[in-house]
Each structure stands twice: as structure tokens, then as C-alpha cells.
Design a protein. Structure first.
Length: 508
RNA sequence: GGGGUCGUAGCUCAGUGGUCAGAGCAGGGGACUCAUAAUCCCUCGGUCGUGGGUUCGAUCCCCACCGGCCCUACCA
């Protein structure tokens, strides 16, 4: 038992919550729940990123203040996570006072340490965009958005001396080979560092929607520069050193592959510059992709247009399939670290085979036979059941898999146990036997069901609770301590087993 | 242009320098009937992107090429 601090990126409020956000958040949630089950003191953080030009513009175009706008848009994320049964302990918004305080303290320390300097930023500026462009991003020498000429401009900005950390970052990468996973992503970030680092401008004078620079109130920090610091805000950096000392060594950032540079290069350097350790662990996940015309028409909008992942709302899926089915699919289908293909057909197929046919049907058939052969009272398991080995393998497999951020493997291991239980029922056919001769096999089947409930609780909390109650247990599998509770023999017997409606009715 | 990554059975994906390259789903056959027409057993199915090279031997190592995707510094 220890501590476990897991974070998602804070999502930019100008997006609507989509399936890509849900993928990351549900994975973080399941991992957090698993660690709570292990007895770890767990802190699970998510939130919204609310500064920057785009937010200020959106607010203006809707005729509201940025504060009103972000209140509205941030709420959509909080609702989305509630509806997916996400158990975050905290929800941080970068517009909160606590975040302003931490950002100013943290960056002031970097400034005092000499790693933030004032310099002139020169670049090609589009007056309409109020933004700079690199030569490469221009189209025919014109601003790609407004198709107008850009002008040479210069602005006094504060720069973070990222270049000063090249060697220290490489040293850190070499001394902490597991800090960034998977290895391929670590390699990518390391190559970037080895390619040479330039200083980065971290302040703006062209807008006011940001955190004011404490030593020069004319400037606000560039949005990424305040966003990353949220991970420290949430544990009280600047106001509660003891809390930071407790949690920071146990942080695990779960991020998407498109923001590697900020998290794996800038962020560790910022930490070093402020005099704290870089984050202990960063896990980079891939993307969910949608390959063309695979989604059902009702979701596609236009009849023949390809659907983007960002157009799929988690709410539409949970209404259709149920919360736990969507959670299961997100966790089971695409391993963290690689890209995966998402489709309604895939979700439906997995729902039917894994949830309806295997898990749901197992629970149903066991309950029925206990009803007919044991008067509805579940017997205790046999100590020498052939299912003991399968059960131990599943528990060991799940433990190892969650530990390495591989929810899909944990669920695979669990489903092998479900398969073994179904096969054992075929082999012993207790429905044909005389009452009184089948207590061992049915008790063992119930024990498998109990252990499965424990193992899926992090992924499908509501389903796990329901199964738990159907086999007569009280409380919740989430309150049991793993892995001890999943040891063979925990089902006491003598409990009322109820059948109930199908957990996952088959779909067409 | 540079960096990274992926390209393996119909589909989604594992995998290893060396016996016949694996899983789940889908397909085919059989068994069973407790169960959500579920389950269980058996089975069909692959020139491991293309072309070279290293090696006694490569799907796995190296090079080139083709195709997909991410990043390329101030964009969330």
C-alpha cells in the first residue's frame, strides 16, 4: 500500500467533450479505482484549461465575458465525467484562485532562479489573427487563415531558458528509463531533445485572458505555461509544502501522444528550473481513430461523410449501450500506448460476445441452476475445484496488467477466467445432476462470479456491485481490499442468490 | 525536409533471430439445453507492406521504397 496520484490532461474548454477525452479519462478512472482497491491512498485529478486567445474570442463572439463562457463550457466536461461514472477526487479549473496563486509562485521561483529572461520576439505577424506565424506555416507567403500579408513584428516577451536544460534533461532520461512510457514515446521525446532546444516565449501582452506575470503585470503567461502547473496546484504547491512532498513523488501523468513535447520536454525542465523533481511517471496513450464510413448513419450526420472521432459524443453512446458497456469497450479494445480503431460495429460485437454471451450469461445460468438445484441458496466453493488455478491466474494477470497501465490485459485475464467457468459448467453439467450432489461445482462457479466482480469493479463499478448483490453479498466489491479479497474461498455460502434481468441484453 | 511510429489471418490486434507464426470476433462442422438462440469442443483461414542486404537461418536486425498517423517550438 502506498500513494498513487494520477492525472489526465486538463481539457481545453473550447472543445466539446468527445470520445477521445472519454478514452483518456475512463482509463485514468479505472486505474485510480484499481489503486483504491489495492488500498493505496489515491488522488485522481482532471479538469479544464481555460485561458488563451481562442477562449477569449469565443466568449466575445457569444457576447459573454470569458469567465461566464468558461463556467458554461467547463460544466460540460464535469457533466460528461459524471455520466461516465468517473471518480475524480478533484476537478481543477485554471481560472481558479488557487491556480493563479500556484502559477505565480512557481514561475516566480523560476524567474528568481534566473531561468526566465526578457528578450525580443521577432516574427511574422498577422494583424487579423493577432498572432505570429512561422515561415513554413504560411501559404504562398500569406496568413493561412485570413489570406493577407503578414508583417515583421517584434515584441518584448519573457522567455523560458529551455536551452539551458538540454543536458539535464538527457541525464534525467538516462537515469529514469521508465519515467516515460511506452519506450517508443520516450525515444521520440529524447530524439527531440537531442536535436537541440530553443528558448520559448512564455508571456503575452496581446491579450489579458491569462495569469498575470507577478513581476510585470503588463504580461500574462502563455496558456500552456500556466496549464501544466495545474498538476502542482491540485496538491497545494506554494501553500502546503507537506502535501506536495507527500504526493508529488507518486504522480502519474496520463497524456495523449500529441502533447508529448509539452509534458516530456517543457514540463520536466520547468520542474527542474523551479527546483523540484520532474514528474515521476508519464504514460503516453495513442489515439482512437475512425476509419471512414464505419459508423451508423444516425451518428454520421451527413449520409456519406466520414465521421471524426471528435464528433462522437460519449453521452450518445452511453444512452445507447449503457455506461459500463462503453467503459468496458474503451478499456478493453484499445491498449494504452497504441492507436486503435473505433467503430460502432466493434462496440456492438464486443458487447454481445464479451458482456452478453460470456459475463452476463454466466451470471444468469449460475443463478438459474442454483435456483433449481440448491433452492436458491448459494453453496460454498470447493477448495479443490479445477477453477482455483484459473482464478489465481486471473488475479495475478490483472495485478500485473494494471500495474503497467494495461487495462486491456487485465480484462483479458479476467475473461479467461469467465471462459474457464463456462467450460467447467459444460464439463460437469450440474443441471442434469441430482440436487445435493452439485454443491461443490455451483459453489465454485459462484466463487468465480464473486472474484470476477472484484476484478471488474475498477472497469465497471455498477455492474460489479449488481453482481455482488445478486450472489447475496452485502456492501460493494469496491470496498474490499485487493488482492486478498480475491483469494479463492471468499464466498461463504448460505446466501440467497437472485437471478434478475439480463445484465447485458443481447443486441442486434 | 527532419524526428518518431505503424503496415501480421475477412475484422481488431498479439508475438519471437531458428521446430508446423498466435488470440478474440466473424465463417464451417459437431455436442449440449442450465442460460440472454447463450455455452462447450473441433475446424477453415496468413507469400508476417514492397525490394534489397547481414546471417547457416529473418516476420522479427540493417538499407531503400510505398502507404497511414503523430510532432516539427509558441497551436489546444
Amino acid at each position: 500500500m502506498g500513494r498513487f496520484y494520477v492525472t489526465t490532461p486538463i481539457y481545453y474548454v473550447n472543445d466539446v467533450p468527445h470520445l477521445g477525452h472519454a478514452y483518456c479519462t475512463v482509463n485514468a478512472d479505472a486505474i485510480a479505482r484499481w489503486h483504491r482497491g489495492l488500498g493505496d491512498e489515491t488522488l485522481f485529478l482532471t479538469g479544464t484549461d481555460e485561458h488563451g486567445t481562442k477562449v477569449a474570442e469565443s466568449a466575445e463572439s457569444h457576447g459573454v465575458t470569458p469567465a461566464e463562457w468558461t463556467d458554461r463550457t467547463s460544466a460540460r466536461f464535469q457533466e460528461a465525467w459524471r455520466s461516465l461514472n468517473v471518480s475524480n477526487d478533484d476537478f481543477i479549473r485554471t481560472t481558479e484562485d488557487r491556480h493563479y496563486a500556484t502559477v505565480r509562485t512557481f514561475l516566480k521561483r523560476i524567474y528568481d532562479n534566473g531561468y526566465i529572461v526578457k528578450d525580443t520576439y521577432k516574427g511574422l505577424y498577422c494583424v487579423s489573427c493577432e498572432d505570429y506565424y512561422t515561415t513554413e506555416s504560411l501559404e504562398a507567403g500569406l496568413c493561412p487563415v485570413h489570406r493577407r500579408a503578414v508583417v515583421e513584428m517584434e515584441e518584448d516577451n519573457y522567455f523560458f531558458r529551455l536551452s539551458a536544460f538540454e543536458d539535464r534533461l538527457i541525464e534525467w532520461y538516462e537515469s529514469q528509463p521508465d519515467a516515460i512510457r511506452p519506450a517508443a514515446k520516450r525515444k521520440e521525446a529524447l530524439s527531440f531533445i537531442r536535436g537541440g532546444l530553443k528558448d520559448v516565449s512564455i508571456t503575452r501582452t496581446s491579450l489579458s485572458w491569462g495569469v498575470p506575470v507577478p513581476w510585470d503585470e503588463e504580461h500574462v503567461f502563455y496558456v500552456w505555461y500556466d496549464a501544466l502547473i495545474n498538476y502542482l496546484t491540485a496538491i497545494g504547491y506554494g501553500s502546503d509544502d507537506e502535501r506536495v512532498a507527500e504526493w508529488w513523488p507518486h504522480v502519474h501523468h496520463l497524456i495523449g501522444k500529441e502533447i508529448i513535447r509539452f509534458h516530456c520536454v517543457w514540463w520536466p525542465a520547468m520542474c527542474m528550473a523551479a527546483g523540484i523533481d520532474p514528474p515521476a511517471s508519464i504514460f503516453v496513450h495513442g489515439w482512437l481513430l475512425v476509419g471512414g464510413h464505419k459508423l451508423s448513419k444516425s451518428m454520421a450526420g451527413e449520409e456519406d461523410s466520414p465521421v471524426k472521432l471528435t464528433e462522437i459524443s460519449p453521452a450518445s453512446l452511453t444512452e445507447d449501450f449503457g455506461v459500463d458497456a462503453v467503459r468496458y469497450h474503451l478499456l478493453r479494445d484499445t491498449p494504452l500506448g497504441t492507436d486503435g480503431e473505433f467503430s460502432i460495429e466493434g462496440l456492438t460485437s464486443r458487447y454481445n460476445s464479451d458482456l452478453a454471451n460470456n459475463l452476463g450469461n454466466l451470471v444468469a445460468r449460475v443463478a438459474t441452476v442454483v435456483g433449481s438445484k440448491c433452492g436458491g441458496i448459494g453453496p460454498a466453493p470447493a477448495a479443490d475445484s479445477p477453477l482455483v488455478a484459473a482464478s489465481e491466474e486471473a488475479v495475478a494477470g490483472a495485478l500485473a496488467a494494471w500495474e503497467k497501465f494495461a487495462p486491456h490485459e487485465a480484462l483479458e485475464a479476467t475473461w479467461r477466467l469467465i471462459g474457464a467457468a463456462n467450460a467447467e459448467l459444460e464439463a460437469t453439467a450440474p443441471w442434469k445432476a441430482e440436487p445435493g450432489t452439485v454443491d461443490d461445482v455451483l459453489g465454485s462457479a459462484l466463487e468465480v462470479v464473486r472474484i470476477v466482480a472484484l476484478l471488474i469493479s475498477a472497469a465497471m463499478p455498477a455492474t460489479a456491485d449488481e453482481i455482488w448483490h445478486r450472489i447475496g453479498l452485502s456492501g460493494s466489491p469496491a470496498d474490499e481490499l485487493l488482492p486478498d479479497a480475491a483469494q479463492w474461498g471468499g464466498y461463504p455460502g448460505g446466501l440467497v442468490v437472485t437471478k434478475g434481468d439480463p445484465l447485458f441484453p443481447r443486441r442486434k
